[in-house]
Design a protein around this ligand. Structure first.
Ligand SMILES: [Zn+2]
Length: 345
């Protein structure tokens, strides 16, 4: 069992018993089903809006074959992608942005089982949801000012962002990590992740991992990242992962369907970034054994779930746990839940 860092104290222990009970039931249920549902353990202890699904996206386009993805390789080069010189804020904090995008082969796992507590934060929208937003949209939307407060919190406590690649290299081959690593992930490829999150990540010297739904980029949907924005994120040192082709539930699907969603989206991103895509985020957190097998054989190294927690293991690289950051969180909530999932990883 990994050692639990002492510097994380649970501030509100009254919630712990209830949460553990819910977590135990939820985990058992997920294991029985062979899938991880987006069970909202976090809301079990606090009176907040419960949103059951991560995101309900279109799951259409099932009639398209894989050949629909086989476009001629349009390898546009990223332009205007230079990172601004470190801001005053970064200099004050003594931080420097270190792009992490490299292409290295996964070394043969050395056979050592490794476990490590690394919080993988899960974000969706970084933007104000607007007055007409429904409960789901509000829950998925962290305001830029709250996001900045959270980044400042992490900086002030000595966290350093790492890539998922660095985490897997540690778990499988013992590559060293900084003392307090954190991974920031962004699901669904919303455009405000480029316009709002990316500049703040740069300001505070963090890198993030962005999980893109490639069909939405193909369609140039206004609310989603364009391919040129994906290229700019990648050129700026951000890690680009796949969140599937059209964001369907992948649990219980056929082999061909999963290949189409997982490999098609991987190839589409690689055609733009010229770098292998190694990481996958399960749409709505839904997966089963078949999905993990397909991801492995397609060359993925790891995948993130919506299962709450922070204990990562070399035995479960396709079931990495995450800490959801909700739109309703103020900094006290952020501190509370991060501390909680570090203490009960
Ligand atoms: Zn999603």
């Amino acid at each position: 069992m990994a050692k639990i860092p002492l510097f994380f104290s649970v501030r509100k222990r009254w919630a712990v018993g209830a949460i553990l009970a819910v977590l135990a039931v939820a985990t058992t249920a997920a294991l029985v089903r062979g899938e991880a549902r987006d069970i909202d353990v976090q809301d079990g202890a606090r009176p907040q809006t419960v949103v059951e699904d991560e995101w309900s996206g279109s799951s259409g386009q099932a009639g398209l074959g894989r050949q629909a993805l086989m476009r001629p390789a349009e390898r546009t080069t990223a332009s205007g992608s230079e990172i601004d010189s470190p801001s005053d804020e970064m200099e004050r904090l003594g931080r420097r942005l270190t792009p992490t995008a490299t292409s290295v082969p996964l070394p043969t796992p050395d056979g050592t089982t490794r476990e490590l507590i690394v919080p993988v934060l899960m974000y969706h929208h970084i933007g104000d949801p607007g007055p007409d937003a429904d409960a789901i949209r509000r829950d998925l939307s962290v305001s830029p000012s709250n996001f900045e407060s959270q980044l400042r919190y992490l900086v002030e406590r000595g966290y350093e962002s790492i890539s998922l690649e660095a985490l897997v290299m540690h778990l499988q081959a013992g590559q060293p990590l900084p003392a307090k690593p954190v991974i920031l992930t962004f699901d669904d490829g919303f455009k405000d992740q480029y316009s709002n999150a990316y500049p703040l990540l740069q300001k505070y010297g963090f890198a993030g991992t962005f999980f893109v739904i490639t069909f939405f980029a193909d369609q140039n949907r206004p609310e989603y990242l364009s391919w040129s924005e994906v290229e700019l994120l990648h050129a700026g040192g951000m890690e680009i992962g796949s969140h599937s082709y059209t964001h369907p539930s992948l649990s219980g699907q056929t082999f061909d369907y999963v290949v189409w969603q997982a490999l098609g989206s991987k190839e589409a991103i690689e055609a733009r970034t010229n770098e292998p895509v190694r990481f996958f985020s399960y749409p709505s957190g839904q997966y089963d054994e078949l999905v993990m097998q397909v991801l492995r054989s397609a060359g993925y190294w790891a995948a993130v779930t919506v299962e709450p927690g922070s204990l990562q293991s070399s035995e479960r690289t396709f079931e990495l746990r995450r800490v959801r950051v909700r739109g309703s969180y103020d900094l006290e909530d952020f501190d509370y839940w991060l501390s909680h999932w570090l203490s009960y990883p």
